[in-house]
Write a protein that binds this ligand. Structure first.
Ligand SMILES: NC(=O)C1=CN([C@@H]2O[C@H](COP(=O)(O)OP(=O)(O)OC[C@H]3O[C@@H](n4cnc5c(N)ncnc54)[C@H](OP(=O)(O)O)[C@@H]3O)[C@@H](O)[C@H]2O)C=CC1
Ligand SMILES: O=C(O)C1=N[C@H](C(=O)O)C[C@H](O)C1
Length: 254
């Protein structure tokens, strides 16, 4: 399969290696300095482009790839709130294709199914309140993480006494703390910590007066995200529309 890369940072570079090791050809690499290449024949020849950039530029990259007629896989986070509905509509009603996930790892897909199952149980036990926390490396631009937002949406779907997630405390790389976890009973706070080179740590915690139940996913490397993105590209080559992990792993759907 012919793959183009958009964004050649931490994820883009690892995806290149895994894609080549699975027999794919990298036909074009677009980074911040060669934006004209969206119009190149090499880019247009790709079966799929894999995009990992940042919250500010992801949307405009999608528009450029759609214009070039190239299907997309993207893991960029932080753009959904502003442009999510428009992009979904372009894919469901106007023939464009984007496979997007806030987290491409199989482990997080399993964790996400477990999260929803636990939330469904905890809906019956109001003595427990739920909070979330996520920890990532100091270079990360968005907070809360895209994964934390997706997990929070899974909880809100199942727990009737919660109807919105809110930003909780934020521990910045320089050690300063801002924000608060004090919130209304209907709100689910997500704390964010930025330290060192942490790949991605997500915890969901249910707490009563007498005990705590918590579940955690801890990424040991970027390997899971990278393999998942390449598997998603292989899937996207033969599928259309707005795609996600529930298409790739339908057996995990509830
Ligand atoms: N869904 C998932 O499983 C995962 C998602 N992510 C998300 O993916 C994104 C990228 O992560 P990561 O690779 O770690 O980030 P990096 O900052 O390491 O890489 C991003 C790259 O994109 C480049 N870039 C900036 N602007 C443009 C542009 N307009 N067009 C093309 N390239 C551009 C950057 O260049 P420069 O440095 O010069 O600005 C940089 O090389 C983030 O949003 C992160 O949250 C990350 C891991 C897993
Ligand atoms: O920026 C990262 O590194 C990651 N971003 C994604 C997110 O925002 O959830 C996925 C993963 O946790 C790594």
């Amino acid at each position: 399969m012919k793959i183009a890369l958009i964004g050649y940072g931490k994820m883009g570079k690892e995806i290149e290696k895994v894609a080549r090791s699975r027999g794919h050809e990298i036909v074009c690499i677009i980074d911040i300095n060669n934006q004209d290449d969206f119009e190149s024949e090499a880019f247009k020849s790709a079966d799929v482009a894999i995009e990992f950039t940042n919250p500010m530029v992801a949307y405009s990259n999608y528009m450029k790839a759609f214009k070039a007629g190239v299907k997309l896989v993207s893991g960029s986070t932080g753009w959904m709130t502003e442009h999510g509905e428009e992009i979904k509509k372009l894919c469901t009603e106007e023939g464009k294709t984007l496979f997007w996930s806030s987290n491409f790892s199989l482990g997080v897909s399993i964790f996400s199914a477990l999260n929803k199952y636990l939330a469904k149980i905890m809906n019956q036990f109001p003595a427990y309140d739920v909070t979330m926390s996520e920890t990532h490396h100091i270079h990360k631009l968005d907070a809360p993480s895209g994964t934390a937002i997706t997990l929070a949406e899974g909880i809100l779907e199942k727990i009737d006494r919660k109807d919105k997630w809110v930003k909780g405390t934020f521990l910045a790389p320089d050690g300063t703390i801002s924000g608060t976890n004090d919130c209304a009973p209907n709100e689910l706070p997500i704390s964010s910590i930025r330290e060192g080179e942490v790949f991605g740590l997500h915890t969901i915690r249910y707490e009563s007066d007498v005990d705590t139940i918590s579940i955690t996913h801890d990424a040991k490397s970027r390997g899971g995200f990278v393999l998942g993105a390449v598997l998603a590209a292989e899937y996207t080559a033969t599928h259309e529309g707005f795609l996600g992990m529930s298409d790739l792993f339908p057996f995990l759907n509830d």
